[in-house]
Design a protein around this ligand. Structure first.
Ligand SMILES: Cc1cc2nc3c(=O)[nH]c(=O)nc-3n(C[C@H](O)[C@H](O)[C@H](O)COP(=O)(O)OP(=O)(O)OC[C@H]3O[C@@H](n4cnc5c(N)ncnc54)[C@H](O)[C@@H]3O)c2cc1C
Length: 586
């Protein structure tokens, strides 16, 4: 079969903030860039980001990038790589100003400077008073950033392939990544995009869990593509549960709501966070607040008839503040709960939110794999954004650090790709075998006959992950979870599509996404089973303490034989003293 082919210097898979920031850097340097996205770019999930982006601008309270770095290392429960964290926190202020100049309409203080709100885990002076570090465009910061980056890319003449689904990477015998096979969703036709460099920026995998804050498109496709190309995934056991999803439904109520002065109460009306985090209270790190809520509910102090949630109180903030600073939240609560947050508290419970693990990269966005002496990069392959694990979030991400991560490392990857292109001027021959493998993957879905259905299996996978790999974990529960997920993966072979038409066949896309979710679920539960300690978002009831002696290391999961390996954490920053691990209290 002849497959249509296009050639570019760089293929960027993903048009969220990570992909678009990288593409912009490249297009401005006059590289030919193709951005592929399975949805129209401005529908990418970055659009949903609410509360803001961290940078130590010190517009509201005193601040410094070094304090931001300390908070991020502590927030990561010391699993974050300190060189990458230093790089990110140092770059933050410039990147916010750059976004402002590009057109992002940040909210303003009375003196005209960018508005900043307090967020969880932020402190002044290395653990002192609460800081106010999160730069916000009301509670629609992601929307503002994504639209601005898209417009700037249009201006820079980036080439967009809207509504194309990336299936697999193309890799030659020497290990070079040479582009990807993609599917045009509108026509159902495959297309080979040949590129000297490929950047994965496909976002997170929140659809692993039944209750989540993520869009339906967040199925971790890039992570699974990396696994199939023989690349391990790093730290997949660390999945963030956001403390305040609307109970039972999952929609996010931004941490900015607590940043503006909201607080949590249990069935006795008690501000229970005072018991769990006497200093930071409701603005402790997300893992701490999520565990506190889950504990209140487990111990019978939950609210409602089923005592299965707690309440987020905002009404004392007043209608003016709520509708000016949190208009999106007011809308969401009215639409989904038919209540007015200026009058009534909001029922909330932790909900799956953010993929801390991902494709291992260095701080230049190069995908790296371990070799006998250290690690080496995969030639031609980069990753940035939520699908990457650089690792600045370690075992727990601080709110406001992801929008920062995507622009910092999107830009860094763009810069490194420009250098790579200078040294690698020509396209390498495309390996037929790899192309055929990718085509076989796609054609598997042409099998006809009776079989299981994609939506039913997806629902089972999501409930299994929720029940067996949630906020609190143990050997027994995780082992049961792994057995169940492996069983579901087996059943994938019996799944058949009923609709084999070509034009806009979303059933085929959902099948490809489910295959990806299966791989990531196995990676997540296997890594969680492997780590016998509690750190950040990974909370083991059978190993309740952090164990730096044995577990201050990153995990690596390989698809082949579900193998686990480990690699050291980079404790040495670029220029400043290291923050050595210590007890983490808020
Ligand atoms: C509700 C919500 C609120 C949040 N609020 C904040 C906040 O206030 N501050 C903060 O710092 N972080 C926040 N986050 C986290 C942050 O928004 C995300 O981590 C970040 O935007 C991810 O950006 P990204 O570029 O990595 O991926 P995304 O924006 O998710 O984009 C992924 C892109 O990949 C494409 N793609 C995926 N798979 C394929 C495929 N197979 N083929 C082709 N294209 C593909 C998609 O079409 C999309 O264009 C929030 C997250 C959520 C869910």
């Amino acid at each position: 079969m002849t497959i249509a082919k296009r050639q570019f210097d760089t293929l960027v898979i993903g048009a969220g903030g990570g992909g678009l920031r990288a593409a912009l850097q490249l297009a401005r340097a006059e590289a030919s860039v193709a951005v592929v996205s399975k949805v129209f770019p401005t529908r990418s999930h970055t659009v949903a980001a609410q509360g803001g982006m961290n940078a130590a601008l010190a517009n509201v309270l005193p601040d410094s990038w070094h304090w931001h770095m300390y908070d991020t290392v502590k927030g990561s429960d010391y699993l974050g790589d300190q060189d990458a964290i230093e790089y990110m926190c140092r770059s933050a202020s410039n990147l916010v100003v750059e976004l402002e100049h590009a057109g992002v309409p940040f909210s303003r203080l009375d003196n005209g400077k960018i508005y900043q709100r307090p967020f969880g885990g932020q402190s002044q002076n290395f653990g002192g008073d609460q800081a106010a570090r999160t730069c916000a465009a009301a509670d629609r910061t992601g929307h503002a950033i994504l639209h601005t980056l898209y417009q700037q890319n249009i201006r820079a003449k980036t080439h967009f392939f809207d509504e194309y689904f990336a299936i697999d990477l193309i890799k030659d015998e020497e290990g070079f990544i040479l582009g990807a096979l993609v599917l045009e969703i509108e026509t159902g036709e495959p297309l080979l995009i040949e590129a000297k460099t490929t950047l994965l920026a496909t976002g997170g995998a929140g659809q692993l869990f039944r209750t989540n804050t993520n869009a339906h498109i967040n199925t971790g496709d890039g992570l699974a593509m990396a696994l199939r190309a023989g690349i391990p995934l790093q730290d997949m056991e660390f999945f963030q549960f956001h403390p305040t999803g609307i109970a039972g439904r999952g929609m996010l109520i931004t941490e900015g709501a607590r940043g503006e002065g909201g607080y949590l109460t249990n069935r006795d009306g008690e501000r229970f966070m005072e018991r769990y985090a006497p200093h930071a209270r409701d603005l402790a790190s997300r893992d701490v607040v999520s565990r506190a809520i889950a504990t209140e509910v487990r111990e019978g102090r939950g609210c409602g008839d089923n005592r299965d949630h707690v309440m987020l109180k905002l009404d004392h903030l007043g209608r003016d503040v709520l509708y000016k600073r949190l208009p999106g939240i007011c809308d969401t609560v009215k639409t989904f709960l038919h209540i007015d947050p200026a009058e009534e508290s909001i029922p909330v419970f932790p909900t799956a939110h953010y993929t801390m693990g991902g494709i291992p990269t260095d701080r230049h966005g190069r995908v790296v794999v371990p070799v006998e002496q250290g690690q080496e990069s995969i030639p031609g392959l980069y990753a940035a954004g939520e699908c990457a694990c650089v690792s600045v979030h370690g075992a727990n991400r601080l709110g406001g650090n992801s929008l920062l991560d995507i622009v910092v490392f999107g830009r860094a990857a763009g810069n490194d790709i420009i250098e790579y292109l200078n040294d690698n001027r020509y396209h390498r021959p495309l390996p037929q075998e790899s192309v055929e493998q990718a085509m076989a993957h796609l054609q598997r879905w042409e099998q006809k006959g009776e079989g299981e259905s994609v939506p039913a299996l997806k629902r089972e996978l999501q409930s299994t992950m929720e029940n067996y790999c949630g906020v609190f974990r143990s050997e027994e529960i995780l082992q049961q979870g792994l057995d169940k997920v492996l069983g579901l993966e087996q059943r994938m072979q019996d799944v058949r599509l009923k609709d084999h038409s070509k034009i806009f066949n979303t059933a085929r896309i959902e099948a490809l996404e489910l295959e990806n979710l299966m791989d990531i679920a196995i990676a997540t539960v296997s890594s969680a089973l492997g780590r016998r300690e509690s750190r950040g978002a990974h909370s083991r009831m059978d190993y309740p303490d952090r164990d730096d002696q044995r577990w201050l290391k990153h995990s690596l999961y390989y698809k082949e034989q579900h193998r686990l390996d480990y690699k050291p954490v980079t404790l040495k920053p670029m220029t400043v003293e290291s923050f050595p691990p210590k007890a983490r209290v808020y």
